[in-house]
Ligand binder design. Structure first.
Ligand code: SF4
Length: 441
């Protein structure tokens, strides 16, 4: 009996307009499913388009699975569908899941897709493969008719330990900037905050679910990698949990570098913890600073202010943790607003930055608000690098020009400060200039 299941994470894009070679993420979601399927007597395989040289279609024909499971973000929707179509041509059971699918399941009601998984409950995938109909968190297609079963929150503590065999085979690829290789770990689902531009708080049916921190540290101790990226939407949330994390890492004598997300208000209110985090190896904290003015932070329902942001940057700079400041360039930006972001970053000595173009998430109220202004409906443009809705105060072309000028200025600033020494500067400068001329300017 064929028990082969192909677990797929499609490539991010087929252009060079992405972060391949700079940030490549371990396919952790697939590794959880892989572990569970193996335990249940299936024969799983992983194909991650970020690192595979062999095209998906070749892998599909080589393995001849009886089922495929495909996950991805909004920007990968087209590839997910393309791969399901190819798998259906071979009479495979086709299942899709992941962050984008969970919040936008109706976009996947296609004739060549059989199941749409709408929660983090990976036990539902096993049920499907065992021909048992899941009771909830699933959409099922039978003869062209879809049945939607309500999604319910999943307790993250039920997850098995990820099987990282695939990761260990590709340690030359999975990285976070200069941290190569870099393994992922997840300790919670969803986010307790509700910033207006972000859909993370809607994940897991809006229920924040955190793992027992002792188990998390046990898992970290077992991972054969010196760099650990904690991919929670907001790891620095519960002070007591973080204190326990610090103590356990010390007690176990774990010596690794850590990357995690943390809000500016937590950093500013817990300055004493930041030194301790530095001491146990926290290397990057990714922080949504978002804007260079308080009015925007208020509009985004960020529940922080510019003073808090400045304080968070100051504290992390002082203790020597790299803050990765994440900013949004909004669609109502003027040329002055683009310059203000750069000035704020320079004034506050934020060395690492990531700039996203404001993108109304498909699952959000904002999407409805911006519907009339959308200039594309191609999901591959929902990558925060493309303008998807018409800017308010300038043409799309000029908007791209100012955006790319900002990106180039920040890149050159980073180059002067030596933070991107692991990159091939020539290649990046060339591609940035190319983007400047391709999109605008
Ligand atoms: S931006 Fe960060 S803090 Fe705000 S909802 Fe999203 S994940 Fe949570």
């Amino acid at each position: 009996m064929n028990k082969k299941v192909l677990l797929v994470h499609p490539e991010i894009s087929r252009t060079k307009y992405n972060f391949a070679g700079v940030i490549d993420n371990e396919p952790l979601e697939l590794e959880y499913i892989f572990a569970l399927l193996k335990k249940e007597g299936f024969d799983p395989f992983i194909w991650d388009g970020q690192v595979e040289k062999e095209p998906f279609i070749n892998k599909l024909h080589e393995i001849e699975p009886f089922a495929v499971y495909i996950c991805g973000r909004t920007r990968q929707e087209n590839f997910m569908k393309e791969y399901c179509l190819a798998a259906k041509d071979m009479n495979c059971i086709t299942i899709v899941g992941g962050l984008h699918v969970q919040l936008n399941y109706r976009r996947f009601f296609c004739s060549y897709i059989d199941y749409v998984v709408t929660s983090f409950d990976i036990f539902n995938i096993v049920n499907i493969l065992n021909d048992i109909e899941p009771e909830n968190s699933i959409c099922i297609q039978k003869n062209g008719k879809w049945t939607v079963k309500e999604a319910v929150p999943f307790d993250i503590n039920r997850l098995p330990l990820a099987d990282r065999s695939y990761y260990y085979e590709h340690t030359d690829r999975y990285r976070y900037l200069e941290l190569l290789p870099c393994a992922h770990i997840r300790t919670s689902y969803s986010c307790p905050y509700k910033c207006s531009f972000c859909c993370r708080s809607k994940m897991n049916c809006g229920k924040y679910s955190a793992r027992d921190i002792d188990n998390v540290v046990d898992e970290i101790a077992e991972i054969n990698c010196d760099n650990i990226y904690i991919i929670d939407d907001d790891f620095l949330f519960d002070r007591k949990r973080i204190e326990r994390f610090i103590n356990l890492i010390r007690l176990r004598g774990i010596k690794k570098k850590f990357v995690c997300y943390g809000r500016a208000d937590f950093i500013a209110a817990n300055a004493d913890l930041m030194q301790e985090l530095k001491d146990i190896g926290v290397y990057y904290i990714l922080t949504g600073l978002e804007a260079a003015d308080g009015k925007r932070l208020k509009n985004y329902n960020k529940k922080t202010g510019m003073k808090t942001n400045a304080e968070a940057v100051r504290i992390l700079n002082e203790v020597g943790i790299n803050i990765m400041g994440m900013f949004i360039v909004d669609l109502d930006f003027t040329a002055k607003d683009f310059r203000s972001i750069y000035k704020w970053i320079k004034r506050h000595k934020v060395r690492h930055t990531a700039i996203s173009i404001f993108t109304p998430e498909m699952s959000s109220e904002l999407y409805e608000q911006y519907r009339g202004r959308l200039i594309t409906d191609d999901p591959s443009h929902w990558d925060y690098l493309h303008v998807v809705a018409k800017p308010e105060k300038m043409s799309v072309r000029n908007y791209y020009m100012y955006y790319h000028i900002l990106v180039v200025k920040l890149f050159l600033k980073g180059k002067r400060e030596g933070i991107y020494d692991f990159l091939d500067y020539g290649y990046y400068i060339k591609s940035m200039l190319k983007n400047l001329f391709k999109f605008g300017g």
